[in-house]
Design a protein around this ligand. Structure first.
Ligand code: GMT
Length: 378
């Protein structure tokens, strides 16, 4: 099939999932065309069957606002005509579902073969931004007009029905990982750089885009509680507006020497491979791809019991879930698992097995292929 995929290039789960899906589909023999403002994070080296179309949004003195929706739609129309796209797959509803809808209308307007539109909802496109009254009408319309809609968790599907008042069918296709890449590696030298070779020092990690929804103050609060009980270091991976909060709190809590901020990193597997615990006390998380990546690398996760996280982590078996405000409980679970090597091994292995059994690319990518087939066939 000829498949167009629209995604955000910036660090973020939806862009990562879209790019990994594009790569996996190209490996399976499809012709994939990625659309974004910049080369997507994680695109990597050239791969046969996968091309990238950069969307440029020209400025003009009259416009005070960039016309991204128009330039994106225009680019999709050109590529759809040139390469006879069967499907346009929008990842993240805003404004991608609208761009896909517009492009389908334009291509089909003069009797051309019009591509089918699949929209995948990722989370904040519904729960935070999409339900904002400034966007909600157009977001709901664009989702409704898609030929198929998928959501990354049951929780997100329910939020979409509740918050946008939609009644149409939404299929749940969870996020996935290439388990050949996401697995624990032996990187002892890297670990020593943070532990100084002390075998008792535990490495706690948090990977995110450092937005308010990630509750960086809670990350710091949990780590502060942990380090009072076990020798530990905190690795902060990623960048965003709340990173400054992390620095401030590290100073105020007098833990700055224990905290290592590594910025945005393309390769998270080596860093996850030296970690003993992942903390994700988010206010909202429709799925929690970062938690899945940690689990695949045998890192127990302590997270908030919100959104789709309970569909990924089973409390006490493949990780730990607590109410977002329960920092003492999160720290207790963390200290317990970090202090009990047998329990740690048990949770780490169960977490990894869960990813392989239920969230591998082999299992999930064919679900998207079936989804495309159902609309193209129809
Ligand atoms: O808002 C964000 O955190 C970014 C957003 C994204 O598009 O990357 O993340 C959402 O989509 C991810 C991929 O499906 C999910 O794993 C995240 O849980 C989700 N974030 C939220 O719901 C807050």
């Amino acid at each position: 099939m000829n498949i167009g995929i629209i995604c955000y290039a910036s660090v973020g789960g939806s862009g990562i999932v879209a790019t990994e899906l594009g790569k996996a589909l190209a490996r399976r023999g499809h012709q994939v065309h990625l659309f974004s403002t910049d080369t997507p994070f994680r695109l990597g080296q050239f791969q046969a069957g996968l091309s990238f179309h950069q969307v440029l949004t020209p400025t003009y003195p009259l416009f005070r606002e960039p016309q991204y929706l128009l330039s994106l739609s225009n680019k999709i129309v050109q590529v759809a005509r040139e390469f006879s796209l069967d499907v346009i797959h929008a990842h993240y509803a805003i404004p991608h579902a609208t761009a896909a809808f517009l492009s389908r209308q334009v291509v089909g307007a003069h009797g051309g073969k019009s591509p089918r539109v699949v929209t995948t909802l990722h989370g904040t496109d519904i729960t935070l931004v999409g339900s904002d009254p400034s966007y909600s009408e157009i977001v709901a319309f664009s989702i409704d007009q898609s030929d198929r809609v998928t959501a990354v968790s049951r929780s997100l599907r329910e939020s979409t029905y509740e918050q946008l008042g939609l009644a149409r069918e939404i299929e749940v296709i969870p996020n996935f990982l290439d388990c050949g890449i996401y697995r624990r590696h032996r990187v002892e030298e890297l670990r020593r750089r943070f532990t100084g070779g002390d075998p008792d020092t535990q490495i706690v990690i948090h990977v995110s885009n450092f937005r308010p929804v990630k509750r960086i103050d809670a990350v710091m609060g949990i780590f502060d509680r942990i380090r009072r009980k076990v020798p530990a270091r905190l690795l902060l991976v990623g960048d965003g507006p709340e990173l400054a909060t992390a620095y401030r709190l590290a100073r105020e809590l007098e833990i700055a020497p224990l905290v290592h901020s590594l910025g945005a990193q393309e390769e998270v597997v080596p860093l996850l491979s030296i970690a003993d615990l992942f903390v994700l006390p988010s206010a909202q998380e429709s799925f929690g791809l970062a938690a899945l990546e940690a689990m695949a690398c045998e890192v127990p996760v302590v997270a908030s019991r919100v959104g789709g996280l309970p569909e990924v982590i089973q409390h006490g078996m493949t990780g730990f879930l607590h109410p977002p405000e329960a920092l003492d409980e999160m720290a207790e679970s963390a200290v317990m698992v970090l202090s009990d090597p047998e329990k740690h091994r048990e949770i780490a292995q169960a977490a990894c097995a869960r990813v392989r059994d239920d969230f591998s690319a082999e299992k999930i990518v064919p679900m998207y292929e079936n989804c495309y087939q159902s609309v193209v066939g129809g």
